[in-house]
Write a protein that binds this ligand. Structure first.
Ligand SMILES: Nc1ncnc2c1ncn2[C@@H]1O[C@H](COP(=O)(O)OP(=O)(O)OP(=O)(O)O)[C@@H](O)[C@H]1O
Ligand SMILES: [Mg+2]
Length: 235
């Protein structure tokens, strides 16, 4: 069997606040294969974003082992972490984080600029990513000329432009109405059908039910990990 894309072994993330300690992630072991579509669910404060930040190499665990694409993330320098984020991971957040003074094309090009991609290739890849989210003809628009759902699709295009192995989305539909959420979700499903590995955090069960696998976090621990059908059965 091929090695998993993500392998977390006994991950702890502990914050010390004076004498108190918060176990934001409390012995999490998880592996994700290439091509999976995983929803991470759980109450507010349960540790979902903490876990996502570790998976996305935005933060490092207090202890435990993390192997991403066969490489030990715990052994990496800050530069190596930045490089792996640039090359392997596309991020989508609840707030779209689009820069208001840049047009859509420039927004989508930005991570490619940081990755040192040439101007011509940046434009080509950014236009292709905008085409995939159905917004190619709006490339000259500014973000505030778009609806919320369209802005989120631009942020997805920005994540896709780097051809990431993994797409991480933290509450990507949190700021959207239910119809627009559905559109964005359908888009993630399409990306998954095309072979992308997707991990999406949500506290909305109706969104989680669209994934194939659900991981539920409670007080920093995984208390359900399985097929979405089994998850639906216990709701
Ligand atoms: N930088 C930090 N310093 C101290 N405690 C933190 C820090 N970041 C997170 N925590 C704590 O860790 C726990 C998990 O937080 P986390 O943001 O992972 O929750 P979450 O599941 O994403 O919640 P939400 O659904 O509200 O986004 C919380 O108790 C939070 O207060
Ligand atoms: Mg969160």
């Amino acid at each position: 069997m091929a090695e998993p894309l993500i392998e977390l072994r006994h991950i702890y993330k502990i914050y010390k606040m004076g004498d108190e300690e918060v176990r934001a992630n409390d012995d999490i072991s998880l592996s994700v294969e290439r091509g999976e579509f995983v929803a991470i669910v759980g109450k507010s404060g349960s540790g979902k974003s903490t876990l996502m930040n570790i998976i996305g190499a935005l933060d490092v665990a207090t202890s435990g082992e993390y192997i991403l694409g066969g490489e030990d993330v715990g052994e990496m320098s800050d530069d190596q972490l930045a490089e792996i984020r640039n090359k392997m991971i596309g991020f989508v957040f609840q707030q779209y984080n689009l820069l208001p003074k840049l047009d859509l094309l420039e927004n989508v090009e930005l991570p490619l600029l940081y990755a040192g991609v040439s101007a011509a290739e940046r434009k080509e890849r950014a236009l292709e990513a905008l085409r995939r989210v159905g917004l190619e003809e709006k490339w000259k628009n500014l973000p505030n000329q778009l609806s919320g759902g369209q802005q989120q699709r631009v942020s997805i295009a920005r994540a896709l432009a780097g051809s990431p192995s993994l797409i991480l989305a933290d509450e990507p539909t949190g700021a959207l109405d239910s119809r627009t959420s559905r559109e964005v979700l359908d888009f993630f499903k399409k990306l998954n059908e095309e072979g992308n590995t997707i991990i999406i955090i949500t506290h909305d069960n109706s969104i989680a039910l669209e994934a194939r696998r659900v991981v539920r976090i409670h007080d920093g621990k995984i208390n359900f990990d399985g097929d979405v059908k089994d998850y639906a059965a216990i709701l």
